[in-house]
Structure formats: C-alpha cells, structure tokens
Design a protein around this ligand. Structure first.
Ligand code: FMN
Length: 312
C-alpha cells in the first residue's frame, strides 16, 4: 500500500484514531498507537479556551515523544480568534491543526462553532487560510451537512482554501450515531477534490476498514476504539491477511490497566474518566455488568486498580 502523506507528515499506515472528547487524552492515544493507530488527535478544544488556558485545557494540550504524529483539534467561531491562535508557539508542539466542523453538541452549536460552521463554508475557508498563512499543516473534519447535505460545496471550499487533508464523518449533524453513515458521499467528494480524504463513521472492524480504504485515503475510527485499542491491531491484521482475531476480554482488561499506568506516568489520572473508560473496557465476559456497577462505586484510582486486578 502506498504511504499516505499529510503535508510533509508520512504516516506508517492509513488508520486514524478519531478525536474523542473525554477519551483521547495523551495516555489513551499512546495506548491506541501501540496497537497500530498511525495518527491521533487531541479531543476538540475551543480556540477561546486555548487563548485563556486553564489547568483543564493545559492537560488537553499535553503530548509526548511517543505521541507522534499528533493533531490538535480546535473549533471556534471567528477569524480573529484563529489569527491569535496561529501566533501561539504551543501550536508548534503539534504536527498539524484540525478544525472541527462536525460537533453537534448544543453548547458548541449555540456558539456557532463545530457543525454550525457547515452553514458558513466561507468562514471555514477563512480559518484554514489564516492557519496556512502561518505555515501550519491544516486539516478539517466535517459532516455531510448541518441539516441538509452540502458536503460537496463545503469540501470544495476546504480544498480551495489550501487544507492538507479532509476527514468526512458521513452523517449530517442531525443524524444520530445509530443511523447508518452514507459512505457514497465520501467517494463522491474524493472524485472531486485533490487533497487526501479520510472516511469516518461506522468503521467497526478490519472488514469495514478495508471497505473504507477502497473508497478513501484513510479510515478514521472512533467508537470502536473506545474500550478496545486492539481494533487497530486487528484491522491491520485483516488488511494484511484477510482475517482478524476476536479480542479476548483479558487483553482488554490488561489494556485498561495499561491506560491507568500511562495516565499515572503522565500525571493525568482523573477518577471520573478512569471510571467512564472502565465502563467500556469491562465488557464481554460473564459478570461484566456487575463489574461495571462495582467500578462506579470506587473512591480512588488505586481502588479501581485493585478491583480490576481481581477480575483477571
Ligand atoms: C465519546 C465521543 C467523543 C467524540 N468527540 C469528538 C471530538 O472531540 N471531535 C470530533 O471531531 N469528533 C468527536 N466525536 C465523533 C467521532 O470522532 C466520530 O466522528 C464519530 O463517532 C463517528 O465515528 P465512529 O462511527 O467510528 O464512532 C466523538 C465521538 C464519541 C463517541
């Protein structure tokens, strides 16, 4: 398979770990990279929060040697903020900047950011140009539209503005994750624009990743990597051999403990997040729902480690 490049960044394969709020922190990204994810992003961060950095934002901005290549994902609603952002030296800790034009949360949309930007493609183009003019590698992650599908118009604007890559989550902002993503739009856009296109939405295993890679230049995985970083290892196995292995629950539990150890190493342990992630890792074995219930009652990360150690 030919290597994929984003600007001058050469990827080791075509599997992307998607940005996920309250999931893809530094330890989680490292966990997925160790299983084969070629690139990862911070969770979405509001540009305004970066400009007025507080402890929570600083934690989101943490990265490391093992965490490469890394994209910072941002959203916002005005060009002035992006101009200020483009001047920050901390952006140079990241290999690229991704603009989130897909978040459907009412708080973000209420601020005319995230998926709201799909209503104003010119604004997205302006934001891209500002960051490009500062010499940055810039990508955008979009949906098919806000309410109505305008993916072709938005994609062409993004291409013309000089973005280095476009990721398409093939649902509109109004569509729920239970509705099937419409991948035909990914190939339609791919046929019309020159920059690499990464497909996202509904990739759950090696087989679906392979189908996406027939359509697009890259395959981005979110939900299926939640509690299962091995989705990357198995997808790579499938791409190589046409087969993938069922992931044993014991491996998932071990990965959960690895996550906690990495979080400790980086000084990023957060009990609420540890419990939330545990709710995804502790699945697929007899007594799993009881274990998840037990986990929720834990009062410290040390208690979680002891409790989970007892399951194995
Ligand atoms: C818990 C969670 C958090 C998410 N946070 C973000 C985010 O910060 N930025 C973003 O662009 N998309 C975010 N998404 C959307 C995913 O990146 C992805 O586009 C979507 O889940 C579809 O991919 P999937 O079918 O592989 O889950 C999030 C999704 C989930 C499940």
């Amino acid at each position: 398979m030919k290597a994929l490049k984003i600007g001058n960044i050469k990827l080791k394969n075509r599997l992307f770990l998607a940005p996920m709020v309250e999931v893809t922190d530094l330890p989680y990204r490292v966990l997925c990279r160790r299983q084969g994810a070629a690139i990862a992003y911070t969770e979405m961060i509001y540009v305004d929060a970066i400009l007025h950095e507080n402890k929570k934002t600083l934690d989101m901005l943490r990265t490391s040697e093992e965490d490469k290549p890394i994209g910072i994902q941002v959203t916002g609603n005005n060009a002035g903020e992006f101009r200020k952002l483009s001047k920050l030296s901390l952006l140079r800790n990241f290999d690229l900047v991704d603009i989130n034009c897909g978040c459907p949360s009412s708080r973000i949309v209420g601020n005319e950011a995230g998926s709201y930007l799909l209503k104003t493609p010119d604004k997205i183009g302006e934001m891209i140009k500002i960051l490009k003019d500062s010499g940055l590698i810039v990508t955008a992650k979009i949906r098919l539209g806000f309410k109505n599908n305008n993916v072709m118009e938005v994609s062409k604007k993004i291409n013309k503005a000089g973005a280095d890559l476009l990721t398409i989550h093939a649902r509109t902002a109004e569509q729920r994750s239970s509705e099937p993503a419409d991948w035909k739009w990914i190939s339609k856009v791919k046929n019309e624009i020159g920059i690499p296109v990464v497909g996202n939405g509904g990739i759950v295993d090696g087989k679906s990743a392979a189908v996406m890679l027939d359509i697009a230049d890259g395959a981005m995985i979110a939900g299926a990597a939640l509690g299962n970083p091995f989705v990357f290892r198995e997808a790579l196995r499938y791409l190589k051999t046409g087969k993938e292995k069922e992931v044993d629950y014991k491996e998932k539990i071990a990965a959960y403990l690895d996550y906690i150890n990495l979080a400790k190493k980086y000084g990023l342990t957060d009990l609420a997040r540890v419990k939330f992630l545990g709710g995804h890792f502790l699945r697929g074995f007899w007594g799993a729902s009881k274990a998840r219930w037990g986990l929720m009652g834990m009062k410290s990360v040390e208690d979680v480690v002891e409790f989970v150690g007892g399951i194995r």
